[in-house]
Design a protein around this ligand. Sequence first.
Ligand SMILES: [Zn+2]
Length: 152
Amino acid sequence: MTKRASDSEFDATRKAEIRGAELARRVIASRGTSDVFELARQACVRIVYERWPLVTVGEYDPRAATIRVNLAALEQSRQRNEAGVAWASPKMLARMIVAHELGHLFDMREGSASSRNRKEDAARELMAHAFARNLLEIPFIPNCYERLWRSV
Ligand SMILES: [Zn+2]
């Protein structure tokens, strides 16, 4: 019997979730911390704060060994806090962004091959979200915050 597309999509999502959770567990165990800034320091990665249009909230540049955090996202978070519709403080959002990018970093450093197609890209994103959620013990679905900033 052949699987329906939705079944295999579900499997891929579950796999990415599990991979992200396991990666977070391994990183915490081997590095002895879940502090994103300490993890970045140990991984010899710089964290820089820059401003660019809100198409992404953060980026990991492996060649420059740099994680970039979008100041526009932190600014938006600050405004929402002031308006009383906050879902994360700017500090928490910065930690979430760095955690997500660290997910990509550790994934790559464990030898994960680069994506060949959109499905693999999507799985990689889910994995990084799951990594961040497990690292920071965030109780909501991993790509929830992405949806929030995209909905602006
Ligand atoms: Zn990502």
